[in-house]
Design a protein around this ligand. Sequence first.
Ligand code: ATP
Ligand code: MG
Ligand code: MG
Ligand code: MG
Length: 583
Amino acid sequence: MRQNTLLSTTLREAPADAEVISHQWMLRAGFIRQLAAGIYTYLPLGWRVLRKVEQIVREEMDRAGAQEMLMPAMQPTELWKESGRYAVYGPELIRLHDRHEREFALGPTHEEVITKLVSGEISSYRRLPVTLYQIQTKFRDERRPRFGLLRGREFLMKDAYSFDADWAGLDQTYWKMYDAYQRIFNRCALKYRPVEADAGAIGGEGGTHEFMALADIGEDTIAVCPHCEYAANIEKAVAGAVAGTGTGIGIGTGTVPQTPGSLTVEQEDLAQEQEKIHTPGIRTIDQLVQALGVEANEIIKTLIYTADGQAIAVLVRGDHEVNEIKVKNVLSVENLEIANAEVVAKATGAPVGFVGPVGLTIPVFMDRGVADMSRGIAGANEQDYHIRNVQPKRDLSLEHIGDFRNVVEGDICPRCEEGSLQFYRGIEVGHVFKLGTKYSEKLGARFLDASGSEQVMIMGCYGIGVSRILSAIVEQNQDEQGIIWPMALAPFQVHVIPVSLKDEIQMKTAEELYQRLVDCGIEVLLDDRDERPGVKFKDSDLIGIPIRIVVGKHAAEGNVEFKERARAEQKIMKLEDAFSCVV
Ligand code: ATP
Ligand code: MG
Ligand code: MG
Ligand code: MG
C-alpha cells in the first residue's frame, strides 16, 4: 500500500473527550473516527487490524469445530418476549418499529435467534453436539459509551452458541471453547487472565469464565490468589460468599410508597417487577440488577448485610459513593438508626431500588422522592442527594458478618485459604458461559434421544469483543510516540520509508524493496508522501508498524536503516540483509 493514497490523517492532538491512551492513539494515528457516542468508523488502518483479529478468531473457532454463519441484526421482539428477556434486558436493548408498527430490536446478542433456529433445524440426538458462531456487529445502548472501542454502542463481536445432548457434553464443549479462547488471546499477544465470573445478565446455571486483558483502565476488578490458581471477577467473589451462606439474597416483596411523585414504575410494570424479583436463582446483585432492568454501575453492586446473614442490597444509581451511610459497612434496615438522619436533598430522576430478605416490606423503586424514612432506608441516586447521619443502632463489627461482605484486597483466598488476594484491573475481552436449558426450554429447542424420548438441548454461549480487543492491545502496547502493534495484528508488517522523494537512488531502492517484499506476501506500507523526514518518522512511530526500513543517504552504498518499533536501536545494514530479516 502506498501511503500517498492511504486514507489516513494523523492528528497532533486527540480530542479532549478521549480519556484513555488507546482511544487517543487510535484517533491520532488515524485508525478510527467517531460518528456518534460509542459509534465508530474504522479507517483503512483500523479495518486491517480488525480483520486480523477476526481472522484469528475465525481460525481458532473453526479449529475447535465450530461452524461460522451469520444471523440478522434485526430481531423481532416477539422472540425476546418468548424467552422472557424482553422485560428484563432494559434500555440497553435498542428497539425500533417498522412501517407496520411491528417492533424489532437490534441484536445485542443472539441467544433467542439461534435457539429458535436450531429448534427448527435439529430434532435428533444424532445431530448433536453442534457449535455455531458468527462475527457480527452488535448493538447495545450502553449507558456510558466510552473509551473508544472499549465500550461502544455498535461494536463487533464473535458470538458462539453450543447445543449438546447432555450436561457432560456441554462440559466438554465448554472447555474446548475455553482452550480456543486461550489460543486466540495468545495469538493476539494479549496479556490476559481467565477468571471465574458471575452469572450476570444471561443467566443460567453452571460455570462461566471471563477473559480479562490486564490494564489499569479496565472497568472490571479481578481478585487473584498468588498461591493457587484462583482468579475471579470480584463480583463473583462476592457472589461466592453469599452463595456459601445458604441464605442467599432474598428479594423484598416491595411496596411502593403511594406519595405523589414517588413512583417511577407504572403499576403494570410493577406487577412485572414483582414477578421478576421472585424469580428463583437470583443470587447476585448483578443478576438482580439485570432482573429489575435498572441500569447498573458500581454503586448498585454495593451490598449491605445484616449480622444474622440476611443480605440486603442497596441499589443506587449514580456514579458516586454514598459515603454517609457507609454502604460498604454492614448495616441492615433494622439496624439503621435514622431518627436523627437528615435529608440532604431529594433524590431526583433515576430509580433507587432496595431489596431485602424475603418477607421484609421495603420500597422497590422510588423516583423524585426521598428514601422512605419510616422504613429506615437511606440512599439516593445522585451526588449529594442522600441521607446523612444514618447510624448503625448497634456496633456491628466485621466479625459479625463473616463472609458476608465485599471481598477486599488482602482477603484470604477462598480456595486455598492461604494466599491473600491481590486485585488487578481488567478489560473483559471474552466470556464463556454454560447456559444450560434457560433458552432451549423457553424457545422449544428439543430433540429425541436414543431411546426416542424428548429432551431439552443443553446450551452454552461464548462471546469475544473483537473490536474491543483492538483497544486492549493498544492499551498494553504503546509508548510516548504511539502504538506498537504486535506482528500478528499490525495493519502492515513493514514500513518502508524513502527519506527524499527527489533522490533517484533512494526512490528506486525503496520501490524495488517494496515490490520484492510484496511479492513475498508481506504487507508493506511505502511512505511515498512528499513530506519532511521528521514528519514521516513521527507518523511511522504513531501508526506503530513493527518493522521500519528507512532508505536514506546510505542507499548509495546499498545500505538501509532497519528499526523495530518496539526497540530503540536502529541498525544500518545491507539491503539484502534487511530483506532477509523480514522475509
Ligand atoms: P461488559 O461487562 O464489559 O459490559 P458484557 O459482559 O456485557 O461486557 P457480554 O454480553 O459477555 O458482554 O458480551 C461478550 C463480549 O462482547 C464481552 O466479553 C466484551 O468483550 C464484548 N463487549 C460487550 N459489550 C461491549 C461494548 N459495549 N463494546 C465493545 N465490546 C463489548
Ligand atoms: Mg455489558
Ligand atoms: Mg461483563
Ligand atoms: Mg460478559
